[in-house]
Design a protein around this ligand. Structure first.
Ligand SMILES: [Zn+2]
Length: 171
């Protein structure tokens, strides 16, 4: 296997440090789980998006790490890229890799995000919005064709558990 792309590793490390400097919510909106207007976050994700477009993320761990950054982007093209990269990583990391569960989870979350962007049913049930009463609700309804067994493989809670968490989410 090709070594990880050191430039991506440096970018990820800098990105993580950057977000620790001040309050996390300065970088990631706690409702939408996407980027705020932080210019540095936008610059970094733009740089990673270029690496993706240039096909530089051929190592599966690089692909997963890049997806972590891109999943925070607001535009749908970022969700599409994050999902594509996770699909690649999940197929190649191996079932015993320490990050395989996180990669599967991010695959499911980015997949749902693309569906929500298109106004479609969520396959897994990972995308939420805050309503005017300050309560979290599903961004779009969940596709009833998805089984909880399939969710479990991606590390996504069963539907009933998600709905229970939402019903308790007053803030
Ligand atoms: Zn930032």
């Amino acid at each position: 296997m090709k070594d990880v792309n050191s430039r991506l590793e440096i970018i990820l490390s800098a990105y993580n440090s950057h977000r620790k400097v001040v309050d996390y919510s300065a970088h990631i909106d706690q409702v939408t789980k996407t980027q705020t207007n932080c210019q540095e976050c936008k610059r970094v994700s733009g740089e990673v998006m270029k690496m993706y477009a240039d096909n530089e993320l051929t190592n599966p761990l690089d692909a997963f790490h890049a997806a972590i950054i891109l999943h925070h982007g607001i535009e749908n093209e970022y969700a599409v890229a994050a999902n594509d990269l996770c699909k690649y990583a999940v197929a190649r990391l191996g079932d015993n890799h320490k990050d395989i569960r996180s990669a599967r989870w991010l695959y499911a979350a980015s997949y749902d995000r693309m569906l929500v962007h298109d106004g479609k049913l969520q396959k897994f049930g990972t995308q939420f919005v805050k309503n005017k009463d300050g309560k979290f609700e599903l961004a779009t309804p969940i596709d009833s064709a998805t089984t909880d067994e399939e969710r479990a493989w991606y590390g996504i809670p069963a539907i009933e558990e998600t709905l229970k968490r939402l019903s308790e989410s007053y803030s």
